[in-house]
Design a protein around this ligand. Structure first.
Ligand code: 48H
Ligand code: FE2
Length: 251
């Protein structure tokens, strides 16, 4: 027989189990857009204990709306490998440009990250970081609903060996570290130049402070790189590269 309180108990128990299991993990990823999801996928697949925090209800970041709400995005030929790895389809437009359905891309990346074993926590805002002896050691988190309501409720913490800032244009984790340590300077994102931006973002994907890595559009905000509009290959390749860098660092 279906019992209302059993439904409640099952949800509360299983959520808490997942939360406590991930209180200490290898990698915390902040932001569930394309770069964060791709890095979660590759890191979890390699066997790292990965938690991803997303402040919104749904993951996918800037993918869903495609370009100007036309829900298609473009991915260039050198990033097709990532789509093949996660089984997302694409259509050739010309030798360089391939078109991907934005809904398939968002849902496919989310599904792949979950199935690879990443623990995903939506509706949680990362509002601060923990730093000990000049190294980032974890995140300070609170419910997005608490931030939106303006209630004075203190946050809680999760510990990890590496943090990935995948917060997109905001580069919110890097901003926090810059403000609180004065050991990181953010140059600010520049004008649109797709060709240059796509290459530069992947090249500059890196560790920007001990234990803090940056991927996706946040890389442009940190290094003062141009933007590229609705072409997503750079985001996918940056997510894959940050997974490689974290792997090298953690061994
Ligand atoms: C928890 C947070 C916090 C926080 C933000 O914007 P995104 O899609 O980021 P990327 O870098 O993976 O992809 C960028 C791409 O979508 C894009 O905008 C492109 C290619 N633009 C080109 C152009 O010219 O404009 O996702 C970031 C995610 C979002 O879902 C945020 O809600 C989330 O991070 N987020 N989550 N705590 N403090 N800040
Ligand atoms: Fe954008």
């Amino acid at each position: 027989m279906i019992e209302e309180t059993t439904i409640t108990r099952a949800i509360a128990e299983k959520y808490m189990e997942k939360f406590l299991e991930n209180l200490e993990c290898d990698v915390c990823i902040v932001g569930g857009g394309p770069s964060g999801l791709v890095s979660a996928y590759y890191l979890a697949k390699r066997g790292f204990k990965v938690s991803l925090f997303e402040k919104k209800l749904s993951l996918g970041g800037g993918i869903w709306g495609g370009g100007m709400m036309f829900n298609k995005v473009v991915v260039q030929n050198n990033a097709l490998e990532v789509l093949n790895d996660v089984g997302i389809g694409y259509e050739k437009y010309d030798d360089t440009h391939y078109v991907v359905d934005a809904i398939e891309l968002a849902s496919g990346l989310i599904y792949s990250a979950v199935k690879a074993g990443a623990a995903i926590f939506n509706l949680i805002n990362v509002e601060d970081v923990m730093i000990k002896e000049d190294r980032i050691t974890g995140l300070v988190i609170n419910w997005t609903a608490v931030e939106m309501s303006g209630l004075h409720i203190d946050p809680m913490t999760v510990a990890c060996k590496a943090v990935v800032d995948a917060t997109g244009h905001d580069a919110s984790v890097c901003h926090i570290v810059a403000r609180k340590t004065e050991k990181l300077n953010l140059a600010g994102e520049k004008y649109m130049w797709a060709e240059k931006a796509e290459k530069a973002i992947v090249e500059h994907t890196s560790e920007v402070y001990p234990g803090l890595f940056v991927t996706g559009m946040s890389v442009a905000a940190v290094y003062g790189l141009p933007r590229m509009g609705p072409i997503f290959g750079g985001m996918l390749l940056s997510g894959r590269k940050v997974a490689e860098l974290v792997t090298e660092k953690l061994g």
